[in-house]
Design a protein around this ligand. Structure first.
Ligand SMILES: *Cc1c(COP(=O)(O)O)cnc(C)c1O
Length: 470
């Protein structure tokens, strides 16, 4: 090509058959390579038409654009992040992290046939819940158990199976909304039940329940107010008393525990949270709770309780629509088995490990990573180690916080709030996004949930090059 002559746009075939084009097809397959080449050439054509004097990019540049386009398309949408938000069970970040053994069991089940509903050894394992039912009975003292997609599904299924077209009595103080779309009145309605509210927001008495029971009543329901507390002039009917009222009228008492840890959290230095075992002992006939909150397992909802009621729930046609798949059942079985050795839980179940991580250990971690962070934000913000407070999250123990430590990043300059947002965006733009929280014009990175220290530090260098990551 002579000097001054305009390079013409190469053809799709010419780009594809060049060495670079062939390499693209080898790496990503012919289909994606052709699509990217067409798209990039169309872009060039449009640019040349719009800017009469413009030069066509050379082949190497066009091929690089093709590679960028393919990589952008193939970048996973769901990817790991660093949860330095200070909320351990963060619903939007996927809640509980599973123990390695549970991950291995889930992976094995996904890649191989398993005896999901197949009785291989005559031990009557023809039912998928049988793989976890024994453990759930043992860990809660219940007669029977069912596992479904999540606790919202569990509550729905219980209501649908036991109280459809009938009334369910709930205290006005317990008509909870759990982030997003789980609201007791709405779930009641969609399960076909009529909500019968009794008492007031702050006070509900036994006579309120007694007075509401009629021929249409199918159940009394108690909902653990997991994400708020009512303080001051309050009264609730103790569970045992509620159970006695239910029994007297031949009604089941349903208890939605929400988080439902299987151990006494006080043994781990954490605030008490009601357990399914306590709820059963206090007379609940059916108890439901989440698998991926304090329990630390896969997303699921667990229903435990009286054998006759559980049988009815299992036979309900909606059970099929809400059931667990083999990978989550495999993971759940492993996690429940770990609970047989409570003394190992704080080490082996990541949720409990993170919740019980001592502040001194987190502070030491903060001191170790401070220099790397300070260097990475040099010129943009000042970094220092701070004490902070983590939350358990997912509605559990809302008013309690855990003493923690982290790094506070104070942006230089005056417009602090916007600057902190910009800093937060920079950390989120890292290859493994770092999610912190903004507090009073500073970005705070709570290090309670940082376990991959090396991986975290390794990518910080990219922050130091503000314009473009290498
Ligand atoms: C979290 C919660 C639910 C919903 O459980 P998911 O597992 O998120 O579906 C229902 N009830 C209570 C009281 C809860 O805390």
């Amino acid at each position: 090509m002579k000097k001054g002559e305009r390079a013409s746009l190469p053809s799709v075939d010419r780009l594809l058959s060049s060495a670079g084009g062939r390499r693209l097809a080898e790496l990503h397959g012919h289909t994606l390579a052709v699509e990217a080449v067409r798209e990039v050439l169309a872009g060039q054509r449009a640019r040349l038409a719009a800017e009469p004097g413009a030069q066509c990019a050379d082949e190497a540049t066009l091929l690089a654009a093709c590679a960028d386009s393919i990589e952008a398309q193939l970048r996973p949408s769901l990817r790991p992040v660093f949860n330095l938000s200070g909320t351990v069970l963060h619903t939007n970040l996927g809640r509980a992290l599973l123990p390695d053994a549970a991950i291995a069991a889930a992976a094995a089940a996904m890649g191989r046939p398993v005896n999901l509903e197949y009785d291989v050894d005559g031990a009557a394992r023809g039912e998928r819940d049988s793989h976890v039912e024994g453990w759930l009975k043992r860990l809660t003292g219940a007669e029977a158990a069912v596992a479904v997609n999540n606790n919202a599904a569990a509550v729905y299924l219980v209501l649908h199976a036991l109280a459809r077209r009938k009334e369910v009595i709930v205290s006005r103080g317990e008509l909870v909304e759990i982030g997003g779309s789980f609201r007791i009145p709405d779930i009641m309605a969609s399960a076909g039940c009529k909500l019968r509210e009794v008492g007031t927001t702050n006070r509900t008495h036994a006579k309120d329940f007694e007075g509401a029971i009629g021929k249409d009543t199918a159940a009394i329901m108690k909902v653990h107010t997991s994400n708020y507390t009512v303080q001051g002039f309050t009264a609730t009917v103790p569970e045992q008393h509620l159970a006695a009222i239910a029994r007297k009228h031949g009604l089941p008492l349903i208890n939605d525990l929400g988080s439902g840890t299987l151990v006494n959290l006080e043994d781990f230095g954490l605030p008490h949270e009601p357990t399914p075992r306590e709820a059963i002992a206090n007379g609940a006939d059916i108890v439901s709770f989440s698998g991926d909150k304090l329990l630390g397992g896969p997303q699921c909802g667990l229903i435990v309780g009286r054998a006759d009621l559980v049988a009815k729930i299992r036979k309900n046609p909606m059970k099929r629509a809400l059931r667990l798949d083999k990978s989550r059942l495999a993971a759940l079985e492993v996690v429940l088995r770990l609970y047989a050795s409570p003394e190992r839980l704080a080490r082996e179940v990541p949720t409990l490990r993170l919740l019980t991580r001592p502040q001194a250990e987190i502070r030491a971690l903060a001191e170790r990573v401070l220099p790397a962070i300070a260097k990475a934000v040099d010129g943009r913000a000042a970094a220092r180690v701070v004490d902070c407070a983590s939350q358990i999250g997912s509605g559990a123990l809302p008013v309690d916080t855990l003493p923690s430590a982290g790094i506070a990043l104070a942006p230089h300059g005056k417009r602090k709030s916007g600057a902190a947002d910009a800093l937060a965006a920079l950390f989120r733009a890292l290859p493994v996004p770092v999610i912190g929280r903004i507090n009073e014009g500073e970005l705070v990175l709570d290090l309670r949930c940082l376990e991959d220290e090396a991986g975290f530090v390794a990518q910080l260098a990219r922050l130091a090059a503000p314009t473009r990551a290498p």
